[in-house]
Ligand binder design. Structure first.
Ligand code: NAD
Ligand code: SF4
Length: 441
């Protein structure tokens, strides 16, 4: 059984309230941290090996150490709660059921970074969660853990919840900052990174909800102890939101030592595939990461079991591996069409492109059109080559990762399931009705 650090008390009745949360050890990391020098906290986070849980897996302590500290200039912590990656819903679970864990992590992190104002930028569709967070903030304030002179230490912190308006691109950190500043959420060119020039051109750390929540066990256990959980550079625990063709969809906390096979088939996690169907493929890290067929999902090309961690999932590069990403684990059984699935994703990216870069603005709807043509039995073999060519021209040629995120699923689908694309071309008469395509126009 995986060790639980974040969801340990998730099922305790009333854990969303300050009193119950505090009775279960809540805010002890704040008491501990406020007795430490801020830089010592960053050192603990570095020692823990904690990696960003939003998708990129960037080392959190390293990111914090990049924060510029010019005299007299405010610094900010911004929590990215714009969780919009298809298949990803673990941050929602944390915020909805254990809101104080995020607030506690924010206090420790803000103190370490020297921030006196911090923000939670939450996706507009999570419309009921800001109230939960604001209640938790009020309770923490009433108990002396937020506001002026926290716990008599002279440290001041205010946390504000900012509601997004429902654009996927606002989860990209610089688009998020633009939006928080009241502008259209267009990604900025990096560098400069937010750590140097972020919110209102001030040094800013942008971290995912789960990353900041994980700072709580890092401080409670100490960085070195935290680093003992997991394996290699995949330390600590990771939340996985599992969905698709599985018996038990939901949010699971794993310690990154379990195999993919165990995660899919064990009753502790996904509980296998309904109706005895066979596993066809999986997208283990949210829609932006490459799809992998069953044979490469359960084993690497060397025949080693594939594990649920950053290194093992990526083993073999994009040719045979994939990515941990945001931990949005989407399972497809043998009845699912990879062509239609890829088409649906392409429609999503085309819709969410902000339009700043030509390859993304023009390429994403073009990929969707080709996929729709193939899926409706109108495609030719040349269309598969054209699709490959279009995605190649997007990847690496755009301002932000949305372009790559749109290209990779298409590339992986063609790479691993070309025969299925060809089947749609060779068997147009076998397709009936609207081919499950729906109305995308
Ligand atoms: P990234 O690799 O560009 O950056 C990771 C983080 O490290 C950023 O905060 C960046 O500012 C920081 N960083 C990197 N190099 C730095 C340097 N030299 N100095 C200072 N800071 C530096 O990736 P990203 O754009 O943050 O994230 C991309 C990932 O987001 C994708 O892989 C995808 O999995 C994920 N994603 C998640 C969601 C979601 O809902 N959780 C949605 C879309 C995409
Ligand atoms: Fe906008 Fe797409 Fe360019 Fe990102 S890659 S900045 S979403 S056009």
């Amino acid at each position: 059984m995986s060790k639980k650090l974040l969801l340990k008390h998730a099922h305790v009745e009333g854990i969303h309230t300050f009193d119950v949360y505090r009775k279960h050890g809540g805010y002890e990391s704040v008491e501990k941290a406020l007795k430490m020098a801020p830089d010592a906290i960053t050192e603990e986070v570095k020692a823990s090996g904690l990696r960003g849980r939003g998708g990129a897996g960037f080392p959190t302590g390293l990111k914090w150490s990049f924060l510029a500290k010019p005299e007299g200039v405010p610094r900010y912590l911004v929590v990215n709660a714009d969780e919009s990656e298809p298949g990803t819903f673990k941050d929602r679970y944390l915020m909805e059921f254990i809101p104080h864990l995020l607030i506690e992590g924010m206090i420790v992190s803000s103190y370490a970074l020297g921030a006196n104002t911090s923000y939670i930028y939450i996706r507009g569709e999570y419309s009921w969660i800001p109230d939960i967070l604001e209640k938790a903030i009020d309770e923490a304030k009433a108990a002396g853990f937020l506001g002026q002179n926290i716990q008599g230490t002279g440290y001041n912190l205010e946390i504000y919840v900012h509601r997004g308006a429902g654009a996927y691109i606002c989860g990209e950190e610089t688009a998020l900052l633009e939006s928080l500043e009241g502008k259209r959420g267009n990604p900025r060119l990096k560098p400069p990174f937010p750590a140097v020039k972020g919110l209102w051109a001030c040094p800013t750390v942008v971290n995912n909800v789960e990353t900041i929540a994980a700072v709580v066990p890092v401080i409670n256990l100490g960085g070195a102890e935290y680093a003992k959980i997991g394996v290699g550079k995949s330390t600590g625990t990771k939340l996985i939101s599992a969905c698709g063709n599985i018996n038990k969809p939901g949010v699971y906390e794993i310690d990154m030592t379990i195999t993919v096979e165990e995660f899919i088939y064990s009753d502790e996690y996904c509980g296998g595939i309904p109706n005895g169907k066979r596993l066809k493929a999986c997208i283990p890290g949210g829609s932006s990461v490459p799809i992998v067929p069953a044979n490469l999902l359960l084993r690497t090309i060397n025949g080693e079991p594939r594990y649920m961690n950053y290194e093992s999932l990526a083993d073999g590069g994009f040719a045979t591996g994939t990515m941990m990403g945001s931990g949005g684990f989407i399972v497809l059984d043998e009845d699912q069409s990879v062509v239609k699935h890829t088409m649906t994703l392409s429609h999503f990216y085309a819709h969410e492109s902000c339009g700043q870069c030509t390859p993304c603005r023009e390429g994403t709807p073009w990929m969707f059109k080709i996929l729709k043509k193939i899926a409706s039995g109108q495609g030719t073999l040349n269309d598969i080559d054209l699709l490959w060519d279009v995605q190649r021209k997007i990847e690496g040629n755009t301002i932000c990762p949305l372009g790559d995120a749109a290209a990779w699923p298409v590339a992986a689908a063609i790479r691993h399931f070309r025969d299925e694309f060809e089947w749609y071309i060779d068997n147009p008469d076998a397709l009936t009705g609207n081919y499950g395509i729906g109305n995308y126009d």
